[in-house]
Design a protein around this ligand. Structure first.
Ligand code: ARG
Length: 571
């Protein structure tokens, strides 16, 4: 649609120059004034002429009337002036051949804003805390983060996905104490991450009764920081067991990270940054701790060193950002976490800026809303959590049961069940604006009816099956003589894809793609139900309709891939 819009703007600009020679208006200015009417019956584009009144020294009604008379182009089937609005209705057939030719010419890159060439983007996402449960609270950072990576890759950026594992901190002291008191090697090997989580939960329960356990945990963590060999070995083992588990979940989502450098990786990189902060005279002592005062920016102080000299989460993030800038020379570094961490990021971004690192402006925090389950807050300690692996397993089981019933002869059923089950949850999660708080109701997330992931995948498979039957006949090189309502509606949605991709990247908002996929499915299914495709008698009509199917297949496939959805050709 962007092209139709800019072409229309250029024609209006010419018409203005001819009718109002005293006041020239640039195409870009007019382009910015053009609107999509809320209701298609009013036309495809509209120019509210009151926006021109001052420049052209004339009334909106007069401007609209004058321009409507002088504007004519094969681009439009109708140009009309209505109450100071200039309305354009496109010539559907011309529009359709142009859109289809564009899709054909751009091929797999149709919709890419192509703005990333030669630039690198670092994305820090998922990043669970080792030995704590990997639960639906992490679904947001994992799938929003990965979609943003896919979107940036599609735009031509080189992307580095980093899993900034929470693999350092006092929780390891707790785990070491718990393991020595109540754990065993065999039990942990067999129970994997669940066994670690159980130890962690037990530690908290016991520490309620016996506070001295917390002191012991602190002491064990101090030993770990001092590189005590035994503790380091345990720590390494805990991390390994957790990673093994995470990687299974990532595989189900087809996610791979370029780096698993977690917080521990930056231990030896912090002193240099602390020294820089000190040199800039930014450090002040506050109740024994070293902090950077941020009062001037209306933020509480950023903690750099605790009373006992140990480092903190912000300190590690500062060291990590400097390391990434040096190693990847990023144009942007994106952090995806829950909105609960917004202050943390605002604080240390500011500290880096004060340290004189002008590239701090390229750090972007992408927050998202909180998740509750059936209306209740997530809480590891009370057991109100749903583990991601359990959630996925349930969804896959449901998908398996349905395919077994509907299509018992289907080949590759197991992979398809996984794609559909996991896809249902991902799609459900990415349907809302990321800042909206989500109340996760299992039944809804696992629903396959209505505007769901399985419905979108099913629509995609339907388009594959038509193309298969057409046996290579579908081509983008068509010149339809006319278009009906359903064909044109589908063509318009296809033409919107580049705008939607650009907006999703600009707003860091994958849900724009999810909603776009649903619009495309609705338009495609309406077209499919109302128009004969393979059985169309007129060869020109058949060719046009097959081209639409091919285009819908390509664009829907791309849209689904961009939001971490697998897209089986048969369901
Ligand atoms: N591990 C943290 C958590 O689970 C998220 C880390 C986000 N990334 C970062 N560089 N701070 O809350």
């Amino acid at each position: 649609m962007l092209k139709f819009k800019s072409q229309t703007a250029a024609l209006i600009s010419d018409a203005v120059a001819a009718a109002f020679p005293a006041a020239a208006l640039q195409t870009e200015e007019i382009n910015a004034m053009l609107e999509y009417p809320p209701d298609a019956s009013m036309g495809d584009l509209a120019l509210p002429c009151f926006k021109l009144s001052r420049t052209l020294r004339s009334s909106p009604v007069k401007i609209a009337d004058t321009l409507a008379e002088s504007l004519s182009s094969p681009l439009f089937s109708e140009v009309s002036a209505v109450n100071g609005y200039l309305n354009f209705r496109m010539n559907g057939a011309a529009f359709a051949s142009r859109v289809l030719a564009d899709i054909g010419a751009d091929g797999d890159l149709y919709g890419s804003p192509k703005c990333g060439e030669g630039k690198t983007v670092v994305l820090d996402y998922s990043s669970p805390n080792v030995a704590k449960p990997f639960h639906i609270g992490h679904l947001g950072t994992t799938v929003i983060g990965h979609s943003l990576k896919l979107l940036h890759e599609f735009a031509g950026y080189k992307c580095i996905g980093i899993n900034h594992l929470g693999d350092w901190g006092t929780q390891f002291g707790k785990l070491i104490v718990a393991y020595r008191l109540w754990g065993s090697k065999d039990e942990v090997e067999a129970g994997e991450i669940d066994a670690l989580v159980a130890l962690y939960v037990r530690f908290h329960a016991e520490a309620e009764k016996d506070a001295s356990l917390n002191d012991r945990a602190r002491a064990e963590f101090a030993k770990l920081e001092a590189h005590d060999e035994e503790n380091i070995a345990l720590w390494r083992w805990f991390v390994e067991i957790s990673l093994r588990e995470y990687k299974k979940t990532y595989a189900q989502l087809a996610i791979e990270f370029d780096s698993y450098n977690g917080e521990s990786f930056y231990t030896d990189k912090m002193p240099a940054q602390i020294a820089r902060i000190r040199e800039k005279n930014l450090l002040t002592i506050d109740d024994g701790a070293s902090v950077v005062n941020l009062e001037e920016w209306n933020m509480p102080p950023c903690l750099i060193l605790k009373r006992d000299g140990s480092t903190l989460y912000p300190t590690r993030d500062i060291a990590a950002a400097v390391y990434r800038k040096e190693n990847y020379d990023f144009a942007k570094c994106i952090y995806v976490t829950s909105a609960g961490q917004s202050l943390h990021f605002a604080q240390w971004f500011k500290v880096l800026e004060l340290m004189g690192d002008e590239w701090a402006k390229d750090l972007v925090h992408v927050p998202y809303g909180t998740v509750s389950i059936n209306g209740e807050k997530l809480a590891t300690r009370t057991g109100n959590v749903v583990l991601l692996k359990d959630l996925f397993a349930q969804a896959i089981e449901k998908a398996r049961a349905i395919t077994e019933e509907k299509n018992p002869a289907l080949k590759g059923r197991e992979d398809i069940a996984e794609a559909v089950g996991v896809g249902a949850i991902v799609f459900h999660y990415l349907s809302n604006n990321r800042m909206r708080d989500i109340n996760f109701v299992l039944e809804d997330a696992l629903s396959f009816e209505g505007n769901t992931g399985p419905y979108a995948q099913y629509t995609y498979a339907r388009s594959c099956s038509i193309l298969e039957k057409a046996n290579g006949e579908a081509s983008f090189d068509v010149a339809p003589e006319s278009t009906n309502e359903d064909e044109l509606a589908l063509t318009k949605v296809l033409a919107l894809f580049p705008e939607r991709v650009a907006a999703a990247i600009e707003e860091y908002e994958p849900s724009i793609i999810t909603r776009y996929a649903l619009d495309l499915c609705a338009a495609f299914n309406r077209f499919y139900h109302n128009c004969q495709i393979l059985s169309a008698e007129d060869p020109k009509v058949r060719a046009y309709r097959l081209a639409l199917v091919k285009a819908a297949n390509q664009v829907l496939g791309r849209a689904l891939s961009l939001i971490c959805m697998k897209k089986p050709e048969k369901i």
